[in-house]
Design a protein around this ligand. Structure first.
Ligand code: WQD
Length: 342
């Protein structure tokens, strides 16, 4: 039987590359497109090194309609798309809203138009817990209200979800929306991991770059929040756990197991950790003291959010298995591996 053919947009990125590894290891044929705005083509070599299979790769920008049309002319019979390609830094989106609207929303519209044109009826969409904004009750379930986005990034994710709900209702697009909580950690091989271009927006790469000496000091964005230690709480999930969830989501959408055209799943661990708890975990597993200071709050941050993962556990048959210490250890191993190469 011929292999199912899966297109991964943003497949040289952090979550995309880890998902490509899991798909290849599970017998799918993988096609990656990426504009390399926040990743590099070397990741394709690393994916091949880990799996022994080289995925197809094309430097293609979703925002360039001509380029995208060309790509789909050359690449036929795609069974499903996993759509990762987007900018994803909450703090940065507050400073550059138009960059986020243009890239994340126009890019997705172009993709959905080309999918319709090429009769591709299955999509797994990389969404985010940021759609919940500041939730009234915790943990958040998939039925928790999607509130006014606290950041332009969160708004672009809400817009992406709404497009899928509307298109699926109007036609024959089957979609699974995955609301990620906070991805962290790296592949056990230390060949792939989070590799932000420039100064990291996210907490964990900033921690590891500070610990290795590439950054002078970590600034904790506020410790006067209404939480046990005053710092923000997030549900950190290992990127390999997250990647494995995409296999289950693909099954769901390809086998049309659901009688709903669009389904939503929270992908988290169900456990919240504060910024200080993440720092302590890192210090414990790395054996290094982290240089940090307390700074002002960051605009766009929600105080606390963590997931109720019952639906993904029961319907997808998926559960996160790795804890914050493992995320810190694999992140630290990855940081040491990439710093050795510099
Ligand atoms: C976490 C906490 C910061 C940097 C992420 C992804 C987003 C989405 C949701 C998937 C906050 C604090 C950070 C620093 C700090 N996930 N922090 N100093 O904002 O929760 O969003 O999860 O789509 O894409 O980015 O993650 O790592 O930026 O922040 O104190 O130098 O760490 O203020 O409290 P965030 P983050």
């Amino acid at each position: 039987m011929s292999k199912l053919r899966i297109l991964i947009t943003g497949g040289t990125g952090y979550i995309g590359s880890h998902t490509a590894v899991e798909l290849l290891n599970s017998g799918y044929e993988v096609f990656i497109i990426d504009n390399l705005s926040n990743s590099n083509a070397e990741v394709v070599d690393k994916i091949e090194k880990i799996t022994g299979i080289r995925p197809s790769f094309s430097k293609t920008d979703l925002c360039n309609k001509t380029e995208l049309k060309e790509y789909f002319k050359k690449t036929k019979n795609i069974d499903a798309v996993i759509h990762f390609a987007a900018f994803k830094a909450v703090g940065e989106s507050v400073q550059k809203p138009m960059m986020y609207y243009s890239n994340n929303i126009s890019g997705m519209i172009n993709l959905l138009e080309e999918m319709a044109e090429n009769k591709i009826q299955n999509i797994v969409y990389s969404s985010s817990c940021t759609v919940y904004g500041e939730a009234d009750t915790l943990p958040v379930t998939e039925e928790s209200p999607v509130k006014k986005a606290e950041s332009p990034y969160g708004f672009t994710k809400q817009a992406g979800e709404q497009m899928l709900f509307d298109i699926s209702k109007a036609g024959d697009l089957h979609s699974v929306i995955l609301r990620y909580f906070n991805p962290a950690g790296a592949h056990d091989s230390s060949l792939i991991g989070e590799l932000p271009v420039g100064i990291p927006n996210n907490l964990v790469p900033y921690i590891t770059q500070t610990a290795i000496g590439e950054r002078e000091i970590l600034t904790v964005n506020g410790n006067d929040y209404d939480t046990p230690d005053g710092t923000n709480i997030r549900d950190y999930i290992h990127v390999v756990d997250l990647a494995k969830a995409h296999l289950a989501a693909l099954d769901r959408v390809l086998d049309k197991k659901s009688n709903e055209m669009t389904e939503v799943f929270n992908l988290g661990t169900g456990k919240g950790n504060s910024v200080m708890e993440v720092i302590r975990s890192f210090e414990k597993v790395s054996g290094t003291k982290l240089n940090y200071k307390i700074g002002p709050r960051r605009e766009g941050d929600v105080v606390s959010i963590y997931s109720d993962t019952k639906k993904a556990n029961e319907v997808l048959g998926w559960k996160a298995e790795r804890d914050i210490n493992d995320m810190m250890l694999t992140s630290w191993n990855w940081q040491n591996a990439i710093s050795l190469k510099k």
